[in-house]
Design a binder for this molecule. Structure first.
Ligand code: SAM
Length: 237
């Protein structure tokens, strides 16, 4: 099938978002996010550009919104430890299945795992030096996106940065992901939602131009390699 990639497939649903999704398949999906994120999400860039310079000024607070299984939190914790830098890292997700999995797979990283919403953190008066998300934007309705960005501004401490990173929709991204995951569907990715949900995610995701058109004042949108985009805002001091 050749899906229409000229517009966002906002009606398409990811299997992992189904509250009655198979728990074993969901667990295997969280587990495999580690491999997928290393290959496509460039967490090293997030660390070098946004986290490390701030952590060098002193212990910082980091918030991962829609953290899923907490894979990027554990990646950042390991990098910070390797560089002898201190940070408190919070994995936030409204899905308790994700937070339970992240807690159970902390592996000594010391991540603070919270089942909840950004609105709750705003009400609690929390602020963070780095607020980020990965593969979250394409999940959100217009109201949810607006709410997320307003909350993010309030949650970002002076001198901090907010960066929401996602896939950029294109036919090339779809075809490449379909081809690259095909040989692994019966082994590495078997019994997980990675291939099906990855393809749906690409269909639901934004292009740089579309996101720029709806970005609120103060936010910038950049494209990146491979097939990436990010919505970014630096908070003045
Ligand atoms: C595709 S997963 C990405 C997980 C993780 N960030 C990663 O890159 O591996 C999207 C996550 O966003 C969460 N999510 C969905 N709607 C959300 C919202 N409005 N606010 C925060 N998280 C949300 C889901 O529960 C899910 O865990």
């Amino acid at each position: 099938m050749r899906p229409d990639l000229t517009v966002r497939a906002t009606g398409a649903r990811e299997l992992m978002d189904d509250p009655s999704a198979d728990r074993g398949a969901l667990a295997r999906t969280y587990l495999r996010f580690g491999v997928v994120n290393r290959l496509v999400s460039r967490p090293g860039l997030l660390f070098r550009r946004d986290v490390r310079p701030r952590a060098r000024r002193g212990g910082i607070r980091i918030l991962d919104v829609g953290a899923g299984g907490g894979d990027l939190c554990r990646f950042l914790a390991a990098r910070l430890r390797r560089h002898g830098l201190a940070a408190e890292i919070t994995a936030l997700d409204p899905d308790e299945r994700a937070i339970e999995w992240a807690q159970a797979h902390d592996d000594g990283a010391g991540i603070r795992c919270l089942c909840g919403t950004t609105a709750e953190l705003v009400r609690a008066g929390e602020t963070f030096d780095v607020v980020f998300s990965n593969h979250l934007l394409h999940h959100l309705s217009e109201d949810e996106r607006t709410g997320l960005l307003e909350d993010t501004v309030r949650l970002t401490a002076p001198g901090g940065v907010a960066v929401h990173r996602d896939i950029a929709r294109s036919r090339a991204a779809y075809m490449l992901f379909a081809a690259a995951t095909l040989p692994f569907r019966r082994n590495l990715l078997a019994g997980s939602f990675i291939r099906a949900d990855g393809l749906t995610s690409i269909r639901r995701s934004w292009t740089v131009g579309e996101l720029r058109a709806v970005a609120a004042r103060g936010w910038s949108v950049r494209g990146g390699i491979p097939f990436r985009l990010e919505l970014r805002r630096e908070q003045g001091r």
